[in-house]
Design a protein around this ligand. Structure first.
Ligand SMILES: *[C@@H]1O[C@H](CO)[C@@H](O)[C@H](O)[C@H]1NC(C)=O
Ligand SMILES: *[C@@H]1O[C@H](CO)[C@@H](O)[C@H](O)[C@H]1NC(C)=O
Ligand SMILES: *[C@@H]1O[C@H](CO)[C@@H](O)[C@H](O)[C@H]1NC(C)=O
Length: 804
């Protein structure tokens, strides 16, 4: 028993829970009819347990079921349910004992529906009314005491206590008044003869009948009963039935027969002729039906609409020639025809929809109503294919419009969606509604550069402010979310801020040079640009721009050896025994430019003896052209011009002093050489140098001669030595020496340094083994070897080898 009891208990709770869930809190209220507009019926917020503020956030709204009327509204601030329109109980519910108005209370986010029912309470706002002002009653004088004469009841539109409660008849000696109820439930009154009439005494009389309702204050209506005393023996007509019923489809055409009533009269002749007429009939019914007064046939005379009223009750009176009458009731049931297409109402719509809503977001609520009944009001709703939305049936005939996929404004910025509703009638009716949904922008696209990286080429010595190139980034977002702003990312180039090199126009993306570039200082650099949109937060992307500076022939060749005139005095010794083709000296020049602009060519422009020496056009090597003879002048001067290959080319000249002698002592001029007296230290250096160099040179001459003896073909290769050009002679930042072919040679040269402060700059690299290659390989050094030798990793593609 205990177990059974607890089981019962728990299932009760489950059931309770399910019911509470489905019902979603039906709320019922009651209010009197005819309240002033704005009267408070109830507080919805407190009844639902919501804060009043939430009602506004959830767009609370009341809709009346199947009607455009709006009897109530919600004050969103206070949560009160207010009267919004006159509510007349009699208009809506007629004689129904309870009058309920049903509303849907709609909350969004999430969609929630509550049913509200408002019971409209009657107030005594209608007085009893008789259908006529005067009721004519013709009574035989022979009528017996107790005879009954039917009097149609007064009608009071109110109900219950407010309807007719009692009648009072003006006091008189002949009649009393009783009320009766028919089998069909209709009330009527009877005039009962209490004392026989005598026509000779009184031919007629007028009695006032008052109907009283039970309201407070009480209301009343009156009718005059005009009694005429007859002396003939008459009968009143009698209907074949007390209640006639008929059924009629709505929209029946005019003149459609509905039914026929019939009453017979026992009298003969004119007195037995029965005529029919509607007795109590509301104005509306009078326009809808007509009654043939002779035959009792009822026809359709107006527009019958089921949705307006599905049932009519009319009273028909049959009268004979004397005016004696009786009444019957005709009930006409209207049947529904599928004549109303469903109507789609958009209850709420988020428009525009942000493009980042997640799939499954509710963007709208629609409600579908069909005024027909039963199957004719069963509606199916659908949404066309091919849009990222669907309809989800919600509560009752509500549907949610829900997104099914990710929206992208940059692909589709608006949708036209068509909702179609079809009922289940036969034939079915349908209707459709188009909604225009726009997609609102979200800043979901960063600007994208048209190219992965950009390169700009500019010749050196450009003007500050000149345009280098322009970058473009595209952002498909809307307005400021798609507005691109360009900027430089802070960085350093050669230790200076990048902004001192280039600037970018924030709007156009055009990049300008801020300064004039020098190829010899800087050959290329990279800057990072950012394109940012104006969204909040902004999105950005970066791109690198490489700026390549190209060379211009703006540096003349610079002669390193022999040193420029005026600074020093150099003389080469040429042994008298030198044969034709012997290497005597070499002009060494560099050019800070590169490529063709640094491709140097050498030319002897003037010489003491034009036939004696030649210069290698690209090597700068000065050789004897023929064997030296005794007749040749001892002092030889060559003016050498060094030209680069630029357009236009630049050149430099130098003088080379040659002394044909085997012995320094033979050189008288040397004593005359003017030098700085004060610098006697230098002079002694010079003498030491001259002596050591000539000794050195003589040794070589001997070797030359010896080798020439043995292998005449390769005399000059023995000159491969270990003298290199000191770094101090290179121009600042000069790193491309290898390309010119003028400096990398490992030739031996003899220099007489006489005066000048650069003495100590010369270094004799005795252990120059790495670069002192075997004779055969001298001319085949790879570019990287040179790069290594000069401590630069920048291996130029424009390497030229001029040595032979
Ligand atoms: C939607 O309909 C409107 C008006 O009918 C039209 O102007 C618009 O182009 C349509 N849009 C789409 C995406 O079909
Ligand atoms: C830009 O995007 C933001 C969100 O990222 C949005 O709130 C704003 O409305 C958008 N602006 C425009 C002009 O569409
Ligand atoms: C661009 O570079 C800046 C600075 O280095 C950095 O803060 C930013 O995140 C970069 N943006 C992108 C999209 O890489």
């Amino acid at each position: 028993m205990m177990g059974g009891g607890s089981l019962h208990h728990s299932s009760f709770f489950v059931l309770f829970f399910v019911m509470a869930h489905c019902a979603h809190g039906d709320l019922s209220f009651s209010a009197s009819e005819e309240l002033k507009l704005g009267s408070v019926i109830a507080n919805i917020a407190s009844d639902l347990g919501l804060e009043p503020g939430r009602l506004s956030a959830r767009r609370a709204r009341v809709d009346m079921e199947g009607s455009d009327k709006q009897f109530c509204r919600i004050d969103l601030r206070s949560g009160d349910l207010l009267v919004a329109e006159r509510i007349d109980r009699e208009e809506h519910c007629g004689e129904k004992p309870t009058c309920l108005l049903r509303f849907d209370l709609l909350l969004e986010n999430p969609l929630e529906l509550h049913r509200l029912s408002l019971q409209v309470q009657d107030i005594n706002d209608n007085a009893p009314i008789f259908s006529k002002d005067v009721i004519k009653l013709e009574i035989r004088e022979s009528a017996d005491k107790g005879a009954k004469y039917r009097i149609n009841a007064a009608h009071d539109a109110d109900i219950g206590q407010n309807a007719v409660q009692s009648y009072t008849l003006q006091s008189n000696p002949h009649f009393v008044f009783n009320t009766q109820t028919t089998g069909a439930g209709n009330k009527y009154g009877e005039l009962v003869l209490n004392k026989e009439l005598d026509r000779e005494e009184q031919k007629e009389m007028k009695l006032l009948l008052t109907a009283l309702d039970g309201g407070s204050p009480q209301k009343s209506g009156t009718v005059v009963i005009h009694v005429i005393v007859l002396d003939a023996n008459d009968n009143a007509p009698v209907f074949t039935e007390a209640v006639y019923t008929a059924s009629l489809p709505e929209n029946a055409p005019l003149q459609t027969p509905v039914l026929m009533v019939s009453a017979s009269d026992a009298d003969e002749g004119v007195n037995g002729e029965v005529t029919y007429e509607f007795s109590r009939l509301s104005d509306k019914s009078q326009t809808l039906f007509s009654l043939d007064e002779k035959t009792g046939a009822i026809f359709v005379a107006g527009d019958i609409d089921y949705e307006e009223r599905s049932k009519y009750e009319v009273m028909v009176e049959a009268k004979d020639g004397y005016g004696l009458s009786s009444e019957a009731k005709v009930m006409i049931d209207i049947t529904d025809v599928n004549d109303n297409a469903p109507v789609i109402h958009v209850k709420s719509l988020t428009n525009p929809i942000p493009e980042n809503v997640s799939p499954g977001t509710e963007v709208g609520i629609i409600n579908v109503q069909d005024r027909d009944s039963e199957k004719n009001r069963q509606v199916r709703c659908s949404l066309q294919q091919g849009v990222p939305f669907k309809l989800v049936p919600s509560i009752k005939n509500y549907y949610s419009v829900v997104s099914t996929g990710q929206l992208d404004r940059e692909v589709v910025s608006d949708y036209n969606i068509t909702i179609t509703a079809t009922d289940e009638g036969s034939p079915p009716l349908s209707s459709s509604k188009s909604l225009h949904l726009s997609v609102a922008d979200i800043n979901d696209n960063p600007p994208v550069f048209e190219e992965e990286s950009y390169s700009a080429y500019v010749s050196e010595n450009n003007k500050a402010g000149s345009t280098l190139c322009s970058v473009t980034a595209r952002d498909p977002d809307w307005r400021q979310n798609g507005t691109v702003i360009y900027s430089l990312l802070a960085a350093e180039v050669n230790g200076a801020p990048v902004s001192s090199y280039v600037s970018v126009n924030g709007d156009t993306g055009v990049i300008h040079a801020v300064r004039s570039f020098d190829y010899e200082q800087l050959r290329s650099f990279k800057v990072q640009l950012m394109a940012r949109d104006n969204g909040s937060p902004p999105l950005s992307s970066n791109v690198s721009v490489s700026v390549f500076i190209s060379d211009v022939n703006d540096n003349p060749p610079q002669i390193l050896y022999p040193a420029p005139e005026g600074n020093s005095f150099m003389t080469e010794l040429v042994p008298k025994a030198a044969h034709g083709g012997s290497l005597v000296s070499k002009v060494i020049a560099v050019d800070a430019d590169s490529g063709q602009n640094a491709w140097l060519s050498y030319q002897i422009v003037k010489s003491t003896d034009p036939g004696l020496f030649t210069i290698g056009v690209h090597s700068g090597e000065i050789r004897t052209q023929r064997d030296i003879s005794e007749t040749d002048s001892m002092k030889q001067t060559l003016i050498v011009s060094v030209k680069d290959n630029g357009q236009p080319s630049l050149s430099a000249t130098c003088s080379m002093y040659l002394l044909i002698s085997d012995n320094l002592a033979e050189v008288p001029e040397l004593k005359d050489i003017s030098y700085d007296e004060k610098n006697s230290k230098l002079t002694s250096y010079l003498i030491i140098a001259l002596v050591s160099v000539s000794t050195f040179f003589l040794t070589f001459i001997i070797i030359i001669l010896g080798v020439r003896f043995c292998r005449r073909r390769k005399p000059r290769l023995l000159f491969d030595g270990a003298v290199t050009i000191p770094g101090a002679y290179l121009p600042p930042n000069y790193a491309d020496v290898d390309g010119t072919g003028t400096l990398r040679s490992t030739y031996n040269y003899d220099a007489y340094l006489t005066t000048g402060s650069r003495t100590s700059d010369f270094k004799f690299v005795s252990s120059y083994n790495d670069n002192t290659l075997p004779a055969e390989q001298t001319l085949r050094k790879s570019p990287s070897d040179f790069a290594d030798a000069f401590g630069s990793a920048d291996s130029s593609p424009e390497l030229h080898f001029f040595s032979r």
